[in-house]
Ligand binder design. Structure first.
Ligand code: ATP
Ligand code: MG
Ligand code: FE
Length: 362
């Protein structure tokens, strides 16, 4: 199966062509498919001056670039739209203008080429990436840490997510982005904080470790953000080293808090499914090396193994959307002409009882 994926829900305009490997089986520890073409256009320059993503500017940038990006992706894949089994597109959740641009573009392409259109939940695409790259089998324990979401779920099959915990306030990527702004590190915040933290002392500031020891698996990051603001105000003028130490101390607090929460969830997961399974980390913050290292330790302690996709597949991309489309195709036929009635969704939780969690995001 071969699928084009289109992503435009935030500040990346992205497209990719992914091919499934018919001989690969989940659980064998090898990829279930491969990426034939992969292009991501970041809108960093468009948003830099504003210190964050401006939804209107993002939507316009997607309009300006998406058609040429798709054409370039198909050229890189060396094929025409008619040769695809499907076109998959993010239909939510995300910034509604951007999602609509992707969806309308994909509808036009699907109609013109006579191939089926599949609407993809962007969060599910993040979650399923570990099956493309590492052939992870169900059930697995999922930590989704991104710009708008922070949750732990037990994933027992396609569309079968049971939430074990989620943030009660900010998403973790949001906390990185706000901390970056506070420290004058600019946008995009996560990678900037990680770079600054590399030369900092994680023990210089004793920031709170939110939620540690609580008998649930929830997260909270807004208090941490406040603590950093207060510390920065106390220091008044921040030297280069102060910024590095603040970034490192923040990152250490985040990693400690997440490690504690995931440890609790891992214990519950292993009690239900036994040892030997996968802890999958997904979403943009999964690109963070300090966090990945901590999570590998937590997984090992509980008899799980950590699966973290390569960094370019953690942040938003088209391959994860294309792969989610292939997963849908593998479940049964999708007719050409299908999907033309899809609507864009700003909110679209993975699990049925997540509405209140979604409200905690952006
Ligand atoms: P969502 O997936 O929830 O809809 P999104 O698509 O905007 O949100 P992603 O692209 O998945 O989010 O992730 C972007 C987030 O990841 C940003 O908040 C960014 O700061 C964060 N991020 C990216 N790289 C790193 C890193 N190396 N360390 C920490 N955070 C990072
Ligand atoms: Mg982004
Ligand atoms: Fe994302």
């Amino acid at each position: 199966l071969i699928c084009l994926g289109i992503e435009s829900s935030c500040d990346e305009t992205a497209a990719a062509v992914v091919v499934s490997d018919p001989a690969a089986r989940a659980g064998e520890g090898r990829p279930l498919g491969h990426i034939r073409a992969h292009l991501v256009l970041s809108q960093i320059d468009e948003h830099k001056g504003f210190g964050g993503v401006v939804p209107e500017i993002a939507a316009r940038a997607h309009i300006d670039h998406l058609d040429r990006l798709v054409a370039a992706t198909m050229a890189e894949a060396g094929m025409t739209l008619g040769g695809l089994d499907a076109i998959a597109v993010t239909s939510g959740p995300g910034l509604i203008g951007g999602v609509m641009v992707g969806l309308m573009t994909a509808k036009g392409l699907a109609l013109g080429a006579g191939v089926p259109l599949i609407g993809i939940n962007h969060l599910e695409a993040h979650a399923l990436t570990a099956r493309l790259t590492d052939g992870v089998d169900f059930p697995f324990l999922l930590l989704l840490v991104s710009g708008g979401h922070c949750l732990i779920a037990e994933v027992t099959g396609h569309g079968r997510y049971r939430r074990l915990g989620a943030t009660i306030d900010d998403a973790v990527g949001e906390a990185f982005d706000k901390t970056a702004r506070l420290l004058g590190l600019g946008y995009p915040g996560g990678p900037a904080v990680e770079r600054a933290a590399a030369t900092g002392d994680p023990a210089r500031f004793a920031f709170p470790r939110p939620m540690i020891g609580r008998p649930d698996c929830d997260f909270s990051f807004s208090g941490l953000k406040t603590a950093i603001r207060q510390e920065a105000q106390r220091l008044k003028v921040l030297s280069h080293q102060d910024v590095a130490d603040l970034a490192a101390s923040f990152q250490a607090a985040v990693a400690d808090s997440i490690a504690d929460r995931v440890g609790r969830a891992a214990k519950a997961f292993v009690a239900g499914h036994g040892r030997g399974g996968a802890l999958v980390v997904a979403g943009g913050v999964a690109a963070n090396a300090a966090l990945r290292a901590r999570l590998a330790g937590v997984a090992g302690t509980h008899g799980l193994h950590l699966v973290a996709p390569p960094i370019r597949l953690c942040t938003d991309n088209g391959a994860m959307i294309a792969w989610a489309g292939i997963e849908r195709l593998m479940q049964g036929p999708v007719d050409a002409g299908q999907g033309l009635d899809l609507v864009a969704r700003a909110r679209w939780p993975l699990d049925p009882d997540a509405e209140q969690v979604a409200a905690g995001g952006r």
